[in-house]
Ligand binder design. Structure first.
Ligand SMILES: [Zn+2]
Length: 291
């Protein structure tokens, strides 16, 4: 505990939060890591089956929600437009939207209703026309919103539901109203995964030329006190024989993916693992950024 704390403090970390205590952290052996990864894969396949099954069992609900959601958002947009038109009219005529009184110029850029003391909602305007707010942007998250309305939040997956709608001749609401399909959001995520795998392979070859020991995709099983057991899969742990440090390397497709919480977690875990073994080597962390 004290070891990795001082290690982090040395790196300039400041602690405002309560520090969680690691109960255990274990670096899985190769065959254990393999089994864990296989289970993850099977679990994700069975989650997909469950998601598709749930959609098909609730076809009418999901078809209904599609139309209701579209109506809800477009109705709100209509109301906002009516409200905006009304406001603009009063702005142009410099009259109060509540009592129609002629507004008074309070200073260079501010108009107010003379009856403002007789209750709320009397108009005030600056010299700039009111801003038109269109809420079609809400269609950007229409699939997660529909899933949440359906009550099947962690069961139905967005990609499966979009497949279902398209099979039923319904167009993606984000494509229809914002000209950008939700599928693009899904694809971007899976493309990142694919390209980073290729990048990891490239990095592996380079790292193997520099370091004696290169562990690729090691899995750590760990548990914080009063929390559930978790697993995490790192990209690389590398080291040289007779060196005083061990380095965690994480591949990122851009600077924007840098994740300080992940970095802190990995350093804590590996430091804990080494100290438990009586290994006093220093744990360092490096990003490998795809250029
Ligand atoms: Zn008024």
């Amino acid at each position: 505990m004290a070891g990795y704390l001082s290690e982090l403090q040395r790196r300039g970390y400041t602690f405002f939060m309560e520090i969680k205590e690691i109960e255990y952290a274990i670096l899985l052996k190769d065959h254990e890591a393999f089994d864990w990864k296989k289970n993850q894969y099977l679990r994700s396949a069975s989650e997909k089956n469950k998601s598709i099954y749930t959609i098909n069992q609730n076809k009418n609900l999901f078809l209904d929600l599609y139309h209701k959601h579209e109506l809800l958002v477009t109705d709100e947009t209509k109301k906002l437009k009516i409200e905006y038109t009304k406001k603009l009219l009063h702005f142009n005529s410099k009259t109060c939207q509540k009592c129609n009184a002629k507004l008074k110029l309070v200073n260079d850029s501010f108009y107010g209703c003379p009856n403002y003391k007789s209750g709320d909602e009397h108009s005030t305007f600056s010299d700039k026309p009111p801003y038109y707010y269109n809420n079609n942007g809400k269609f950007k998250s229409w699939l997660p919103d529909v899933i949440s309305q359906s009550g099947f939040k962690k069961i139905v997956r967005a990609g499966d539901l979009l497949d279902f709608y398209e099979l039923n001749g319904l167009i993606c609401l984000s494509l229809k109203h914002l000209n950008s399909s939700f599928r693009k959001q899904i694809n971007i995520r899976s493309d990142v995964k694919k390209s980073s795998n290729a990048f990891e392979q490239e990095s592996k070859i380079k790292l193997e030329k520099i370091y004696d020991i290169v562990k690729y995709n090691p899995v750590i099983k760990y548990k914080y006190k009063n929390e559930k057991e978790k697993h995490c899969e790192l990209d690389f742990i590398v080291s040289n024989k007779n060196d005083s440090k061990v380095i965690i390397c994480e591949c990122k497709t851009s600077d924007l993916d840098i994740d300080n919480i992940q970095e802190e977690l990995y350093i804590n875990l590996l430091t804990h693992i080494l100290q438990t073994r009586g290994d006093n080597r220093e744990v360092r962390f490096r990003y490998i950024i795809e250029k």
